[in-house]
Design a protein around this ligand. Structure first.
Ligand code: IPE
Ligand code: IPE
Ligand code: MG
Length: 249
């Protein structure tokens, strides 16, 4: 296990994204319902958020509910939405205490009203905070996001706001849910699944991927430190060769 002291302060990723997976299996192992697993995932969220804030990460994006998760049994979806309302409500004071600003990405229009009203209130109450930006991905999927961006670009061309020639990476980025956010340098996925499940596909073109067998409810600060430590010992070449990296060419 890595302790906080072993982490290099000058190589902290600006943006860490997490696929919080394994709640159902965690509960099943204990002979409990999947919902019990989701409830126990809240503590892990708190730990990840605190660890990120303490290390000076600027953005932490948590995949909390995917577009595809709407296809789960109705009772599980309802329980997840109820849990979300409760967790957001309960955590606002804690977010403020830690100077954390809450943001959301995803198709919020598809969320139940009480989720949206709680979210909006929490975002309002934390809007002035200047520390970590905690980004919840809710009813989010990468393909949904990219299609939405393409539609908006097409519409802006039609109304002469932009021309096809204006389209480049920087313009496209502005049409994504993550406009103005740096790309995640590090992705963490728990539960041993080795896939991206439609999460930030465009933004993760050059992210370092870190997979752990830990099931999400068991994830603690030390697990976050482990992932950061691992990241700090990767060589990020961005297409260059090793020898080029230290001499600025
Ligand atoms: C992640 O845990 C939480 C959500 C997707 C909402 P899962 O519910 O996917 O748990 P497993 O993968 O079935 O164990
Ligand atoms: C990904 O987990 C979505 C979230 C963590 C919110 P899933 O458990 O839904 O992913 P798949 O279906 O196993 O790929
Ligand atoms: Mg899962």
């Amino acid at each position: 296990m890595i302790s906080k002291e072993q982490i290099l302060e000058n190589i902290i990723p600006k943006h860490v994204a997490i696929i919080m997976d394994g709640n159902g299996r965690w509960a099943k192992k204990k002979g409990n319902s999947r919902i019990f697993g989701h409830k126990n995932g809240v503590k892990a969220v708190r730990d990840a958020v605190e660890a990120a804030a303490e290390l000076g990460v600027s953005y932490l994006t948590l995949y909390a509910f995917s577009t595809e998760n709407w296809n789960r049994p109705k009772a599980e979806v309802q329980a997840l939405m109820a849990l979300l309302v409760q967790a957001i409500h309960n955590e606002v004071d804690n977010l403020n205490k830690n100077n954390i600003k809450l943001l959301v990405i995803g198709d919020t229009a598809s969320l139940p009203n009480d989720v949206n009203s709680n979210l909006n209130l929490a975002m309002e109450k934390t809007a002035k905070n200047t520390g970590l930006k905690l980004v919840l991905a809710l009813s989010y999927s990468s393909r949904w996001e990219v299609i939405k961006a393409v539609k908006s670009i097409a519409s802006d061309i039609k109304t002469n706001k932009i021309t096809p020639n204006d389209i480049d990476e920087s313009l496209f980025q502005q049409y994504l849910e993550t406009s103005n956010m740096p790309d995640p340098e590090l992705l963490i996925r728990t539960s041993g699944e080795l896939r991206l499940s439609n999460f930030l596909l465009y933004q993760m073109a050059y992210s370092e991927l870190y997979f752990t067998e830990k099931l999400w409810p068991d994830f603690r600060k030390e697990d976050f430190y482990n992932a950061i430590y691992d990241f700090q010992h990767r060589e990020r070449r961005f297409g260059k060769i090793s020898e080029q990296l230290n001499n600025d060419n």
